[in-house]
Design a protein around this ligand. Structure first.
Ligand code: 4NP
Length: 155
């Protein structure tokens, strides 16, 4: 069985492209399909932010080919788990459906793992330090997600 995971932030150019790339790097595409989207449509069709591409590259992950898209209602049916980077993304996603089956799929990414913070901060208006910090937070959570998914696979 293939688990379908969607990573969501606001712009889909900084945090969720990193989350997509990091989780893909820890799982096999046979078992896990990973995608990302933004709750806003400011950057549709664009590649990830240069600073996200750079920090990913530093850790051996290529996210340069990703394209920004906006989260849409069909994503509730398409994906098994929808991870929001922060509470604002989380509530923006929940505002699009009141079906229990949809709501139950939406989680905060940092609920996975043992991070002391609940939200992946928005690094867009900050410096490169912020991207390094965001990479580490996402990486920790994805490590836990990959472990969980890999343990649940029977083949
Ligand atoms: P992201 O960061 O949600 O991690 O992709 C942002 C990207 C763009 C904007 C805000 C946050 N923006 O306002 O354009």
């Amino acid at each position: 069985m293939q688990t379908k995971v969607l990573m969501v932030c606001l712009g889909n150019i900084c945090r969720s492209p990193l989350a997509e790339g990091i989780l893909k790097s820890k799982t096999s595409s046979q078992h896990v399909f990973v995608d990302s989207a933004g709750t806003a449509g400011y950057h549709i069709g664009n590649n990830p932010d240069k600073r996200s591409i750079a920090v990913a590259k530093k850790y051996g992950i290529d996210i340069s080919g990703q394209r920004c898209r906006k989260f849409n209602f069909n994503d509730f049916a398409q994906f098994d788990i929808i991870y929001a980077m922060d509470l604002s993304n989380y509530y923006d996603i929940l505002a699009l459906s009141n079906e229990k089956g949809h709501i139950d799929k939406v989680k905060l990414l940092l609920e996975e793992g043992s991070s002391s913070v609940r939200e992946v901060p928005d690094p867009y208006y900050g410096g490169t330090d912020g991207f390094e910090k965001v990479f580490k937070l996402i990486n920790q959570a994805c490590e836990m997600i990959a472990k969980k998914i890999n343990t649940n696979q029977t083949s």
